[in-house]
Design a protein around this ligand. Structure first.
Ligand SMILES: [Zn+2]
Length: 123
């Protein structure tokens, strides 16, 4: 027979209060009605061998959608589509932009490549 007891504890939770665009300093708040937070672009990867960023260096940026459009606009391919009945679907992973050493777990505090808690670590 299991016996239960009730106890009260205080839990401290760390969560994202807002993200600031590294270019224009716009604050993007999760769940705000302006939807800026959900439209932001986060860049986080470890540079590879012979990278222009330096071998093994960590590269990060948080950009608002306005800065992405202003800086990359001429090179972005934007296809009109119906968000509820899309005619164009994204294939699984990003093409040509995915590096095996991306840092998807960094924001979640999962650590870095080579560690057992790294999402891509298979042993
Ligand atoms: Zn910006």
């Amino acid at each position: 027979m299991q016996h239960t007891r009730t106890r009260t504890e205080t839990v401290t939770v760390t969560e994202t209060a807002h993200v600031t665009c590294d270019r224009c300093h716009r604050e993007m708040v999760p769940n705000d009605l302006d939807c800026e937070h959900q439209e932001r672009i986060a860049i986080r990867f470890r540079a590879g061998y012979s990278s222009v960023f330096g071998d093994g260096n960590l590269v990060e940026a948080d950009l608002c959608q306005h800065c992405v459009k202003e800086v990359l606009g001429p090179w972005l391919r934007v296809t009109e589509d119906d968000p509820f009945e899309p005619a164009h679907r994204l294939d699984g992973k990003p093409k040509g932009a995915w590096q095996e050493n991306q840092l998807p777990g960094r924001e979640a505090g999962l650590g870095e490549p080579g560690r057992s808690d790294w999402p891509g670590a298979d042993g």
